[in-house]
Ligand binder design. Structure first.
Ligand code: NAP
Length: 531
């Protein structure tokens, strides 16, 4: 069973012991004591190892392998020799493969301390041979693996490198799957999160996590709480399905929180991750293609957001996916579904979510939209989905945009598809005659919460007007506050966000999502982020 090792930087013995206690309370299985910056007091470190609430890995990482230790090698190995004498010695000591290979003296002295087939004196301490590359995947990765595998004293192989893309994670998974010695294979940096969360799916010996975000000992390391409470660590098995939100940037997306909570709520064996892919189509196609082709990964779908919605549609064409006609019509998709038989399906849930939000708030049917006059503010990606939806249902739509040409292009695309769509400059908004106003610009979004696309609401709206802001962060934008003050009925972007996510969830799991779970998680998240 893959363990969680809390990585703890030792600055002082009492701090380290407090941290081991906190690590145990958070649910870690063992601790890695990073003693690189505290090597002068061997007895104090021995006390930490002996009194730790959890079994210890002791690591004294030299600066030439990304650590803080700058002393000489003889003194470093002497520290390990001292700790090996403890009444309760370390469960593991970690030595870099390079150090172990470079010096026969280091090798001889380390081999004397650890348990291995040739060991004559009883000891329980295991040797982790490790390799780290802070730039990229080392070109001699497999030679390093073979060297570790061939060393009789090496009980655990640890390979860590800086991931340049999400594809690096796949190689880490292959390493875990293909080696007989217990292995730790981790990718560092923002692209490496999957290797840390899915370590359990692929049978790694352990994954590293921190007690709190500021205590991370490597870039991209999650906290124990994130692993357990956000990424469903305790439920992950080799057959767990993998989903994610693809975007750039994507680290602050709320989607992992809501989808993982929903998987919990309906007991669906799946985990949902943030998946960062740089904007160019080549990156998107290569990464998503490789993830879909990795059969043991069970990658079953994704939410796709800025800047990849058009990329998803192009990819779906190239992969001969089933493409929902509406997504084709909009020219962008936000949902990828991979069925168990391997077939792909692509759709756009933004459009239905926007329409459903309005119909639900007004208590009307889709068919009733034909009688509505709708003012859409903005002509970007969300506006395109909103205009497509209303035009499809026969509404009359006026697109107001700062750049008239973009509004015109949008109108040209959708005018005549049942409804009527025309373009108008944004500064003509106060002369409009809409019944429903929909903001599809980022004006008013966190952190610029004082901004609004409707500077003169009293002139523009009256009681009975419906105002829908697609922004959901904050939930109560200035636009919606002004609209309420003018007696309008308001709809929050939170409603649309929840609905588009719920439609995705249904496509992936064939289960209705508990909407209250989505709403609670999102509201908590937005409140806690101070927005
Ligand atoms: P986008 O493609 O970048 O389009 C932004 C639009 O806003 C463009 O038409 C742009 O006008 C206009 N705009 C931007 N800054 C402006 C300014 N200072 N003054 C006037 N107009 C301005 O963005 P998008 O993907 O459509 O997203 C728009 C918003 O929708 C996001 O900010 C987000 O809050 C919201 N959203 C909500 C959901 C949901 O589920 N609730 C989902 C996705 C997005 P120009 O054409 O002149 O540049």
């Amino acid at each position: 069973m893959t363990k969680i090792a809390a990585s703890i930087m030792v600055h002082a013995p009492d701090q380290a012991l407090d941290d081991t206690t906190r690590a145990a309370q958070h649910g870690a299985d063992l601790v890695e004591l990073r003693v690189d910056g505290f090597t002068h007091d061997h007895n104090a470190l021995a006390r930490v190892v002996e009194e730790s609430d959890l079994p210890c890995i002791v690591t004294c990482r030299p600066d030439w392998e990304g650590g803080q230790y700058q002393g000489d090698e003889h003194a470093r190995i002497s520290l390990f020799e001292h700790l090996a004498q403890c009444a309760r010695p370390p469960a593991y000591i970690d030595i870099e493969l390079a150090a172990y290979q470079r010096s026969s003296d280091t090798r001889r002295r380390i081999d004397r301390l650890v348990d291995h087939p040739g060991q004559v004196k009883p000891t329980s301490t295991g040797l982790i041979l490790s390799s780290h590359d802070f730039k990229s995947r080392p070109i001699d990765l497999y030679q390093r693996v073979e060297a570790m595998a061939a060393a009789p004293a090496c009980r655990i192989m640890k390979l860590a490198w800086y991931a340049k893309s999400l594809r690096d994670n796949l190689e880490a998974f292959e390493l875990l799957a293909s080696h007989h010695k217990p292995t730790i294979a981790l990718c560092m940096g923002p692209f490496g999160l999957p290797s840390r969360v899915l370590a359990k799916k692929f049978g790694a010996l352990l994954t590293f996590a921190s007690i709190e975000p500021s205590a991370a000992t490597a870039e991209g390391q999650p906290t124990i709480d994130q692993l357990k409470n956000l990424y469903r660590w305790d439920t992950i098995t080799p057959t767990t399905r993998v989903f994610g939100v693809i975007g750039y940037p994507v680290a602050h997306s709320a989607s992992p929180a809501i989808h993982n909570a929903a998987f919990d709520a309906v007991h669906h064996d799946a985990v949902y991750l943030p998946l960062s892919i740089p904007p160019e189509y080549e990156h998107f196609a290569a990464t998503v293609g490789a993830w879909l082709d990795a059969t043991d990964l069970h990658f079953r779908g994704a939410s796709v957001t800025i800047p990849h919605k058009e990329n998803l549609l192009r990819f779906a064409h190239e992969r001969h996916a089933n493409i929902e006609p509406l997504a084709e019509h909009i020219g962008a998709a936000n949902t990828l579904v991979r069925h168990d038989n391997g077939s792909l399906h692509t759709t756009n849930t933004d459009c239905s979510a926007a329409i459903d939000s309005v119909c639900h708030a007004l208590g009307i049917l889709h068919a009733d939209l034909a009688a509505q006059r709708v003012a859409v503010i903005g002509a970007g990606g969300v506006a395109r989905a909103v205009v497509a939806g209303f035009a499809q249902h026969g509404a009359t739509v006026v697109v107001y945009n700062r750049t008239l040409e973009k509004a015109q292009a949008l109108a040209d695309r959708f005018n005549g598809h049942t409804g009527k769509v025309v373009a108008t400059p944004l500064d003509k908004l106060c002369d409009s005659w809409g019944q429903i106003y929909i903001n599809c610009t980022p004006l008013g979004m966190h952190p610029h919460t004082d901004a609004t696309p409707v500077p003169d609401p009293q002139k523009t709206w009256g009681p009975g007007t419906v105002v829908f802001d697609t922004i959901y962060n904050p939930t109560h934008t200035r636009l919606l506050r002004d609209a309420r003050a003018a007696g309008c009925l308001t709809i929050s972007g939170l409603d649309m966000f929840i609905r588009q996510a719920a439609l995705q969830f249904k496509l992936w799991t064939n289960q209705d999502v508990p909407l209250d779970v989505f709403r609670r998680i999102l509201t908590d998240r937005l409140t806690n982020s101070g927005t």
